[in-house]
Design a protein around this ligand. Structure first.
Ligand code: ATP
Ligand code: MG
Length: 401
């Protein structure tokens, strides 16, 4: 069975009044971007639907990729036949067989866009329905509440049949709500925070702090792999890798041990904010969840957040670890996150970091040291990698050598 097109329903974005046009064109762009390596795809958008014309492209592959694009409520692959009733019956049977399990019910729902067609809708329903029933066991008709609804639409140019409805990723199309910088560690939380932010339509750039030789190339590769997973939801992710060793060393040497963690986070936030400004982001995103660890008390957040007025989004703030892990598993980042490569913070974490740091104290400790130059240098030496979500087959050569 060859699908001819895929019908995409918008859901949430179709309710957004004035913004709808922008959302629709963003979604269209994102779909084209995600499918750009497939031959002969085109997309037509109308008021509340969008049609992907498949041409020679493989429908199953398109279905897989569509399921991770935000802004789609649901979608249905469509088979096109000629206006010959035998052809419709065969295609209808194949579609119903695809969704069938013993005991399921079905109905045929025909529509005529072209009223000159020689059968009316009742006759079409009857002919196609009885052919399917004759060829399948354990299938019954339920016209009120069928498990499988076979839609048949007769038009001048041909007949469109569909029965399957796939759930979309919901949310809003990425890019429709501006750009933010995600502080991406190698842990479980920050990738989930990035995913949830993207789901609200925000384009996400990742910023990672790397402290060689205290952190290894493998720890960096882990963050690249996480960015790759995230890019499946947005088409691409720019990953900024900040060389952080010198600053971390200086904090370690100059700030009292129980305040090093607070100070480290403040420096990270300052640098991220500068990178944000350079790349025209509007906010910063972290994976913080209230009460999870020492740095995630309200006092600590206040002391850290002190270095910027930029909005810091914390999508996980009220979530339990188990809820976060659940999402991490769903988006396939969990197994990468739990790989045991050290990140820059674990290495320098003091045995007893302050859980209620005072803003004035950390300001005071930092006042003896000039961090500005090192911060500028770190921003300047930040490496930018473009991680592309559509190149699904790219190999990780590090693993092969
Ligand atoms: P995660 O699972 O995201 O590492 P966590 O529970 O380990 O979170 P912390 O280590 O306290 O939390 O870090 C809090 C947040 O600070 C992270 O969610 C992340 O957004 C940011 N962060 C921590 N380390 C780094 C790093 N090396 N590079 C970039 N951001 C970081
Ligand atoms: Mg962490």
């Amino acid at each position: 069975m060859k699908y001819n097109r895929i019908l995409v329903r918008y859901g949430e974005i179709s309710t957004k009044g004035r913004n709808r046009k922008k959302f629709t064109s963003q979604l269209r762009e994102n779909i084209l971007e995600a499918l750009k390596d497939l031959p002969s795809i085109s997309v037509n958008a109308s008021r509340d639907r969008l049609h992907i014309l498949l041409g020679e492209a493989d429908g199953e592959e398109v279905i897989t990729r569509l399921s991770s694009i935000f802004g789609i409520q649901s979608f249905s692959p469509v088979v096109m036949t000629g206006r010959d009733v035998d052809e419709m019956m065969e295609a209808g049977l194949a579609l119903v067989q695809k969704s069938f399990e013993p005991g399921k019910t079905f109905k045929v729902s025909a529509r005529r866009g072209d009223k000159t067609f020689h059968l009316d809708t009742n006759e079409l329903n009857y002919q196609i329905g009885s052919y399917i029933l004759k060829n399948m066991e354990d299938l019954t008709v339920d016209v009120r509440n069928p498990d499988i609804k076979l839609n048949v639409e007769v038009r001048k140019e041909g007949v469109y049949l569909s029965s399957e409805i796939y759930p979309g990723a919901t949310g809003m199309p990425v890019g429709a709500s501006g750009k933010a910088m995600l502080m991406l560690s190698g842990g479980i939380d920050s990738p989930v925070a990035g995913y949830l932010t993207m789901k609200r339509g925000v384009e996400v750039d990742a910023v990672h702090f790397h402290s060689p030789p205290f952190t290894s190339e493998r720890a960096k590769q882990k963050v690249i792999d996480l960015s790759k997973k995230l890019s499946a939801f947005s088409g691409k992710v720019n990953l900024h890798i900040v060389p952080f060793t010198a600053i971390q060393q200086l904090i370690h040497d100059q700030v009292p041990e129980n305040y090093t963690m607070t100070s480290t986070r403040r420096m990270m936030l300052r640098i991220t904010d500068m990178i944000r400004e350079k790349h025209e982001g509007l906010a910063i995103v972290t994976g913080e969840s209230l009460g999870q660890v020492a740095s995630q008390t309200l006092e600590s957040m206040q002391a850290i957040n002190d270095v910027t007025n930029t909005p810091v989004l914390r999508p996980l703030i009220a979530m339990d670890k188990l809820e976060i892990i659940d999402i991490a598993q769903k988006i396939d980042t969990h197994d990468i996150s739990i790989l045991p490569y050290e990140d820059c913070c674990t290495i320098f974490t003091p045995p007893a970091p302050k859980t209620r740091p005072k803003r004035e104290k950390v300001q005071y400790y930092e006042s003896f040291v000039n961090f500005d130059e090192l911060i500028l240098e770190a921003v300047e030496k930040t490496e930018i990698m473009q991680i592309d979500g559509s190149s699904h087959k790219e190999e990780n050569f590090d693993e092969l050598l």
